[in-house]
Design a protein around this ligand. Structure first.
Ligand code: SF4
Ligand code: SF4
Length: 436
């Protein structure tokens, strides 16, 4: 048994190791500019559910004025980590990093005893992080969906007895494929026509087995644009979901594997079709900045990462879309607009489509409630944010809503179907590929 002094010393050590330093925690000047854009503050109107309120809570924990209580954990997990507050903040507070360290602290201290922590841990560490297991889980889910067992269980009341809202969560599932995109694609795919660029592509985890068609369409789009596409062997999940959910150690492990896999190839850009993955791969440089053997490699890697819409804005690519005679709106994925600051590119690309009727979406940068696995872990809260989003989409009258992140895609599709809104969701890459 550790003495209480020893325990206190260890606790203090963990606080110092994980939480940001006092300069970072005092950067917030309490101006309140972030309150108007914070979805959780809008929901509760409680200061502690706001960015500055949470920063204060985390600062109090760091200064040992507040213990890590259940209420603290709940407030930290209530946050969507959408980073809208970062966009609004005049002081340049990197709130996303601050809240992620608080989540990591609760993981390290093992203080989070809620049932969803086990779902989170198993899903992230035992399934998504292990490519082999994830592929087999995906194949199993493919069979379950083929036999329509998911639909059968989704409509049974008894399903919810085991996991709260399990029936609804089954409806949120993507359609799994019998073969992943990595199994279907060769390592090197030649361009269609003259070669302009050599681009690497991350097949991802969920994108690989549940958005297989989107990955194939993204690769097709790239080859149509004159790219030779490289799909490095031994690549793994980017680690973003782990980092956002307090499993930083696992995310670093995954990032390390990707650096090794991608560094075996020479390429001009690494194109991503998932906002969350792209944003996190751009962070690899920061993660490894203090590791002399990896820092340069990570910096080179991150500099080359581009979202598909960022890449399509490259003037050297000369393309014209086919006509599209429908009304289209665009929903910003948080990790594209707030983290990567990519806002104009997708809109300009959509507006350049001949005959398209582009309809601006009110509060388009407001989180849809998907937020990684937030909708699985906090279904009820997530639905509050989704309802707001669906109402805004309905107001545009658009027939199609385009978005660049798999989580947003599933969340919007679920919300539109639930509310019987006559509007289909398209992933940006699939949508554009059909028009090229
Ligand atoms: S990340 Fe989003 S939900 Fe969390 S505090 Fe910032 S604005 Fe609010
Ligand atoms: S906008 Fe930035 S500085 Fe102002 S209260 Fe929010 S986090 Fe603090």
């Amino acid at each position: 048994m550790l003495s209480s002094n020893k325990k206190q010393e260890e606790y203090r050590k963990k606080l110092l190791e994980v939480l940001p330093d006092s300069d970072t925690l005092t950067q917030c000047m309490h101006c309140g500019m972030c309150l108007a854009v914070c979805p959780t503050y809008e929901k509760t109107k409680n200061e502690r559910s706001s960015p500055r309120g949470r920063i204060r809570l985390i600062k109090s924990v760091a200064e040992e004025k507040l213990p890590v209580t259940e209420n603290f954990i709940n407030e930290i997990n209530f946050c969507l980590d959408c980073q809208a507050c970062e966009t609004a903040c005049p002081a340049g507070v990197h709130y996303g990093h601050i809240v992620e360290t608080a989540r990591e602290l609760t993981t390290i201290l093992n203080r989070n005893k809620s049932p969803e922590i086990w779902i989170r841990k198993i899903a992230l560490n035992n399934i998504l992080a292990d490519k082999f297991i994830f592929k087999y889980v995906s194949k199993l889910l493919f069979i379950v969906q083929k036999l329509k067992l998911d639909k059968f269980f989704a409509n049974l009341k008894i399903t919810n007895l085991f996991i709260q809202n399990a029936g609804e969560l089954l409806k949120l599932l993507p359609e799994f494929s019998s073969k992943s995109s990595e199994e279907l694609l060769p390592t090197i795919i030649p361009p269609k026509g003259e070669k302009k660029f050599r681009v690497a592509f991350l097949t991802g985890c969920l994108m690989d087995t549940a958005f297989t068609e989107t990955n194939l369409e993204t690769v097709e789009l790239l080859t149509k644009l004159g790219c030779e596409v490289i799909i490095p062997k031994n690549q793994v999940c980017c680690g973003s979901l782990h980092a956002h959910n307090g499993e930083m150690q696992k995310s670093v492990e995954l990032a390390r594997k990707n650096l090794t896999a991608f560094s075996k190839y020479e390429y001009d850009f690494l194109v991503s079709n998932s906002a969350g993955c792209g944003a996190f791969m751009k962070e690899y440089a920061k993660i490894f900045k203090n590791e002399p053997e990896l820092s340069q490699k990570a910096e080179k890697f991150s500099k080359k990462v581009q979202d598909i819409t960022e890449f399509l804005s490259n003037r050297e690519l000369n393309y014209t879309f086919k006509e599209f005679n429908k009304s289209v709106t665009y929903h910003d994925a948080c990790h594209l607009c707030h983290t990567q600051k990519i806002v104009n590119e997708p809109r300009e690309i959509i507006k350049s489509i001949p005959a398209v009727d582009y309809r601006p979406l009110e509060d388009s940068t407001w989180c849809c409630g998907s937020a990684g696995i937030y909708n699985v872990l906090r279904y009820e809260d997530s639905m509050h944010f989704l309802d707001r989003k669906i109402e805004r989409i309905q107001k545009t009258g658009a027939e199609v809503v385009v978005t660049g992140n798999p989580g947003c895609f599933l969340q919007l599709r679920y919300g539109l179907q639930k509310k019987n809104v006559n509007c289909t969701v398209e992933h940006t890459a699939s949508f554009l590929n059909k028009l090229l």
